[in-house]
Ligand binder design. Structure first.
Ligand code: SF4
Ligand code: SF4
Length: 329
């Protein structure tokens, strides 16, 4: 999977992608989004993440440059891309299927195969945007947001491309655009708090309360994450709204002990709401398109009954719990 050398081959450092003109690498922009904060929103999915969650459903977001994705179902095996690829990265199997050498594709900076493909079987994920380009999209979409909506920055991890996110947030504030972020809160606290000056709504993941388990699941411990969430929740002059989110993954973070510990922490820092989301396997096809093995193919999503039993535990700790994306906000 994408925890491979390449995905974090750039050593999890926050790469300075913004050489020259300030640009961000973005792998999707969705208008009319209704699950990423209050009202109708435009959601921007930004590349890069300091974590490496084993269940990641947006593996394309881990890449640090645009990447070729291959949709086998669209391929008519015409061979145009094979001839076009200057690295000889594509071969064809006996049963007439394309085989890509992903070691070559992952570091390829050309779009030879994509340009050659007339069937959109090979396409590019990830595009650079300037602040102005993004602001134009927001101004275009603004008419659809209604009174409560705005922009949500998601990912990947939206705080990863530091210079860009700070700049676009400042511009949004000037333009009176309501901003939400969906973050893992895994950054040095000074930077995290600086960003939050410009954000009105925060969905923050809490993936596991136990530091050792957290590291096993995501590659990093949770100390900094919990510190940031606490610092923001307790900041008197921050008038935003923060909603901790837990993606429930059976057998990994759904024990009563972990759920109770999460709820107690959330209550202790003065928050009132938790949003639980069922793990899903919708990212599976993306792994295939990126030439990766999805190691979570056998992982079962939690049943509705199980989600409701977790909701009960959280409510038992005196919090409000919303299940799934059907939230009132
Ligand atoms: S991504 Fe690059 S290396 Fe891979 S098939 Fe396309 S042109 Fe060749
Ligand atoms: S050019 Fe497109 S359709 Fe033709 S073999 Fe390559 S990926 Fe398949």
């Amino acid at each position: 999977m994408l925890t491979s050398e390449y995905a974090h081959g750039e050593k999890k450092e926050e790469v300075n992608w913004n050489k020259g003109e300030l640009k961000a690498l973005i792998f999707d922009i969705q208008g009319h989004s209704v699950h990423d904060g209050p009202g109708t929103r435009t959601t921007v999915f930004m590349n890069g993440c300091p974590l490496n969650c084993i269940w990641c459903c947006n593996p394309e977001g881990l890449f640090h440059h645009p990447i070729m994705v291959f949709r086998e179902s669209r391929c008519v095996c015409c061979g145009a891309c094979i001839n076009a690829c200057r690295y000889g990265a594509i071969t064809i199997s006996e049963d007439k299927k394309l085989i890509h050498d992903r070691n070559l594709c992952d570091v390829c900076k050309t779009t030879d195969c994509i340009n050659a493909c007339l069937h959109e079987a090979a396409s590019l994920s990830g595009k650079y945007y300037t602040v102005e380009e993004l602001m134009k999209i927001f101004q275009r979409d603004r008419q659809f947001w209604g009174g409560k909506g705005g922009v949500t920055f998601s990912g990947g991890e939206p705080l990863f491309q530091r210079d860009f996110i700070l700049e676009i947030l400042k511009r949004c504030k000037k333009a009176y655009i309501h901003v939400a972020v969906e973050t893992a809160s895994c950054f040095d606290t000074d930077y995290y708090m600086e960003v939050m000056n410009y954000v009105s709504w925060v969905f923050t993941d809490i993936k596991h309360m136990d530091a050792v388990e957290h590291k096993k699941l995501t590659g990093l411990e949770n100390k900094l994450i919990l510190k940031n969430i606490r610092t923001l929740a307790e900041k008197q002059d921050w008038d935003g709204f923060m909603v901790p989110r837990i993606t429930i993954i059976p057998g990994l973070n759904d024990s009563e002990e972990n759920i109770r510990a999460t709820a107690k922490f959330v209550k202790e820092i003065g928050l009132e709401v938790i949003n639980i989301l069922p793990f899903h396997r919708l990212g599976e096809s993306k792994y295939r398109q990126l030439g990766r093995t999805y190691k979570f193919a056998e992982q079962k999503p939690p049943s509705n009954e199980h989600m409701l039993s977790i909701k009960k535990i959280i409510e038992g700790e005196g919090l409000v719990c919303f299940v799934g994306y059907e939230t009132p906000f």
